[in-house]
Design a protein around this ligand. Structure first.
Ligand SMILES: *Cc1c(COP(=O)(O)O)cnc(C)c1O
Length: 459
């Protein structure tokens, strides 16, 4: 019997948390926040303390928590059926969501393959690509090219095309080889000759686009083997909100096409309005061959993944039974998830969500300038409602804090006291609020994070 134990005690006795250093969780001085409920951009813990959701519940939430329209859509679907198999069966919410997604990407151009989350949407994209090249008589094309520090999820295939510092040596032997090209991250680029300024490094960089030259070289040397170039468009999230210089995406897409390779875009984080457009690739007029979607797909309410696939790729799967895509998950196309996604996408129309994102982004840009007053802020970059603030031990040399210092973690921890739940990456503080966040709440978020910074690193 566990009746007398608190939820925290039960958790510490029985549960294991993702991406959570174990000893820190068990530190008696550390009081885990146990969420009890939420409304809009506010989360309430079991003691009734309120926190602003500064990371949109790990980049998933769009319209706020407990939104009546999404709640209602899920409840109505629940009254009919929660889940049935998508293997050889269909259902209304899946068809309607497919049509809606196709409409967003260009009707008649794409078809959707459902999965469960970001990693599984990526796995499907990789396998669809490899089987496709077999079916069009180019089986030698099975190599993937991806970016340094790229992150596409934690399953083995997704790890194999990722080059993330999270996946330390343990798993190397499990992974298939892929080609890494340098990330187009201006602040830490070895080719950027500019001396640091208190500005976004993309704006004052001095380089000759060596990042594109690196991609071009790989495609020149190994292009005939390359199945696809896969990347996070414009913003590499888990890398620490590394933002690419304007134009990189369009040029990289052109290089991939010229090499006869497919382009897979991972819009798992950037999709559904995060950058101010529905999809980040729209900012540069790029149409990918495959697009992975998850996180915000259901508005952040239920796990659902989707891989958009160009119709002509799908056509190579027509014909004899050997061309079947023998791949899927028990919960592919889950009805509740599809109903939530449809409700979330309707809100974009009824609430004019993209306009709100753009307005909030402008306000966030203005109020976040305060961070430049702090000597340890080395770079500050923003795209829509994604803000990354890179901390450095030394501004002039861009010397980073040691990884083990967990600087962004400690600053964010301190911001909790001031009512903000944020989660950084390495040396990068991150603010990524739900679109429901008001200007006043944005100000509170910035203030809380700045106070946390000043407390952790007295200027
Ligand atoms: C989070 C993320 C993933 C993985 O998605 P999960 O739902 O966590 O599996 C993949 N790509 C990007 C860009 C992400 O941010």
């Amino acid at each position: 019997m566990s009746g007398s134990l608190t939820t925290t005690e039960l958790d510490r006795a029985h549960v294991w948390h993702p991406f959570t250093p174990t000893d820190a969780w068990f530190d008696p001085k550390f009081q885990p926040v146990m969420i009890a409920s939420a409304h809009g951009s506010v989360l309430l813990d079991e003691q009734g303390n309120a926190y602003l959701d500064g990371n949109s519940s790990i980049w998933t939430n769009l319209h706020g928590h407990n939104h009546p329209a999404i709640n209602q859509a899920i409840t109505e679907q629940l009254g009919r059926v929660a889940h049935t198999s998508y293997l050889g069966l269909g259902h209304g919410p899946g068809s309607q969501l497919g049509a809606k997604l196709a409409e967003l990407f260009g009707p008649d151009d794409y078809r959707v393959f459902y999965s469960d989350d970001g990693a599984t949407a990526i796995e499907a994209a990789l396998k669809i690509t490899v089987q496709h090249f077999h079916q069009i008589g180019q089986p030698q094309r099975r190599l993937f090219v991806s970016l340094g520090n790229g992150y596409h999820g934690d399953t083995v295939g997704a790890m194999s095309v990722g080059h993330s510092t999270f996946h330390t040596g343990f798993f190397n032997a499990m992974m298939f080889p892929s080609v890494e090209v340098m990330q187009p991250g201006c602040y830490r680029c070895p080719h950027n000759r500019a001396t640091p300024l208190r500005d976004d490094a993309r704006q004052y960089r001095q380089c000759q686009w060596q990042c594109l030259a690196a991609l071009e070289q790989v495609l020149r040397e190994r292009g005939a083997e390359v199945a696809a170039v896969i990347l996070e468009p414009r913003v590499q999230g888990a890398a620490g909100m590394v933002m690419h210089p304007e134009g990189y995406l369009a040029k990289a897409a052109k290089l991939a096409k010229e090499a006869g390779a497919l382009l897979i875009l991972d819009e798992v984080m950037t999709g559904f309005g995060r950058t101010g457009k529905m999809f980040a690739a729209e900012q540069e007029g790029v149409k990918a061959d495959l697009i992975a979607l998850a996180k915000g797909l259901t508005g952040g309410y239920l796990p659902l993944g989707a891989t958009m696939v160009r119709e002509e790729i799908f056509q190579s799967y027509r014909g004899p039974i050997e061309r079947t895509f023998y791949h899927g998950h028990s919960y592919c196309g889950n009805q509740l998830g599809c109903a939530a996604a449809l409700a979330s996408l309707r809100l974009f129309e009824t609430e004019n969500t993209l306009k709100t994102v753009q307005e909030r982004a402008t306000h966030l840009k203005q109020i976040s300038q305060i961070f430049w007053q702090h000597p340890n802020v080395g770079d500050m970059r923003q795209d829509g409602l994604i803000l990354g603030i890179e901390l450095v031990e030394d501004f002039a040399t861009r010397r980073p804090f040691p990884f083990a210092r967990r600087i962004a973690y400690h600053v964010s921890e301190r911001a909790k006291k001031y009512g903000l739940l944020a989660r950084g990456a390495g040396n990068v503080l991150i603010l990524m609020p739900p679109y429901s966040t008001t200007n006043g709440q944005l100000e509170k978020m910035v203030e809380a994070l700045y106070r946390g910074l000043v407390e952790e690193l007295p200027a």
